[in-house]
Write a protein that binds this ligand. Structure first.
Ligand code: NAD
Ligand code: COI
Length: 328
């Protein structure tokens, strides 16, 4: 078979190359993310594997169909950037990698949390300004004494619950579909928002979840709450978050997935700049940790993303079924 990989990142090359050698399938690697303007580079290939957070549009799927390519196998979990109606209309079948390493993302969420509860951003800022004494006055909180609210207790949320429980924290969970046979202490969303010292988000960026953390939710939260989002940027109303950071109601925020990421990345790709006033303001706040959507980024995760995505694609091509076909 002839496969083409778009959005190929440097750390994926070895796994893609090894797979190609091991299986004898031809694999072309393209660094650019996939869109309707460059999909013709896949002409003559049987299927596409890709990873990106910029959109997969209806126009792209129509062009894939025109090229006779029926399968797109994404190397990640989230489906929020895919025009699923467009894919269906063009007859394109899609698979994802639902679990490449839930622990990677959960551990990163906990890392952001630990950074924030011990005020390391403020400490670092003082030290950078040669103010050793000033750096000593940021008293922290024990996670063990905190109530952690985990919103979304799927694969990643459950991994986060396990780690927070390991610290001895009281953990509350909210999920419309609670995990079966789990020891998670489920409450309704309102209770979680009111009682948590730390709020950790692990829900998909479905349109229905857009701004689930909005101005009204911030009003209900405890003073000096910490909020961590490694799920999707649209879950938090960023302007409301900024208001609450400025007022001091929110003590700290860890944002791996930023609300305007998609547009900002398109600007970066097309114009070479990532000019975003909300991002710039948060970058200046020592009690905010921003990261460029890298919660997933571990060796285990990258290897699994490549291997599982290619197994899905070969399933489509050789048997007509992929283990992780997206059917929604
Ligand atoms: P999952 O499908 O296993 O779990 C998601 C859970 O969220 C489900 O249990 C679902 O019932 C629940 N949910 C949906 N809407 C909800 C709501 N409004 N309130 C509470 N719970 C709700 O998915 P997962 O593997 O745990 O991944 C979660 C998300 O993490 C992905 O959709 C993706 O957006 C994000 N993610 C981010 C990274 C990263 O690198 N930052 C990497 C992988 C995944
Ligand atoms: C996901 O797997 O959904 C992620 O957010 C990871 C990212 C590299 C797209």
């Amino acid at each position: 078979m002839k496969i083409v990989s778009f959005g190929t990142r440097p750390d994926e090359v070895q796994y893609l190359t090894e797979w190609s050698k091991r299986t004898g399938n031809e694999l072309k690697q393209i660094t650019a993310t996939l869109n309707e303007d460059n999909v013709d580079q896949a002409a003559g290939y049987d299927g596409i594997t890709c990873m990106q957070t910029v959109p997969y549009s209806a126009a792209l799927f129509q062009k894939m169909a025109d090229l006779g390519i029926k399968f797109l196998s994404i190397r990640n979990v989230g489906l929020d950037n895919i025009d699923m109606d467009g894919a269906k209309a063009a007859g394109i079948r899609i698979s994802n990698v639902p679990a490449y390493s839930p622990e990677a993302i959960a551990e990163f969420a906990v890392t952001l949390t630990m950074h924030l509860v011990r005020n390391l951003g403020q400490v670092e800022e003082h030290l950078r300004n040669n103010d050793y004494n000033g750096a000593m006055h940021y008293i922290g909180r024990n996670v063990a004494d905190c109530t952690v609210g985990v919103i979304g207790t799927g694969r990643i949320g459950r991994a986060a619950v396990k780690i927070f429980k390991g610290f001895g924290a009281k953990v509350l969970g909210y999920d419309p579909y609670p995990a079966k046979n789990s020891d998670i202490d489920y409450v309704d969303l309102d209770t979680l928002i009111r009682e948590a010292d730390i709020i950790d988000l692990h829900v998909p960026g479905l349109p229905a979840n857009t701004h689930m953390i909005n101005a009204a939710a911030f009003t209900k939260m405890k003073d000096h709450v910490i909020i961590v989002n490694t799920a999707r940027g649209n879950l938090i109303d960023t302007q409301a978050l900024l208001d609450n950071l400025r007022s001091g109601k929110v003590a700290g925020a860890g944002i791996d997935t930023f609300e305007y990421e998609e547009q900002d990345l398109l600007n970066l790709e097309q114009h070479g700049n990532f000019n975003d006033p909300a991002w710039d303001e948060m970058m200046q706040m020592p009690n905010v940790v921003l990261s460029p959507h890298i919660a997933y980024y571990t060796e285990t995760a990258v290897r699994n993303m490549v291997e599982i995505s290619l197994a899905n694609l070969m399933g489509f091509l050789e048997k007509g079924v992929a283990e992780n076909e997206v059917t929604q």
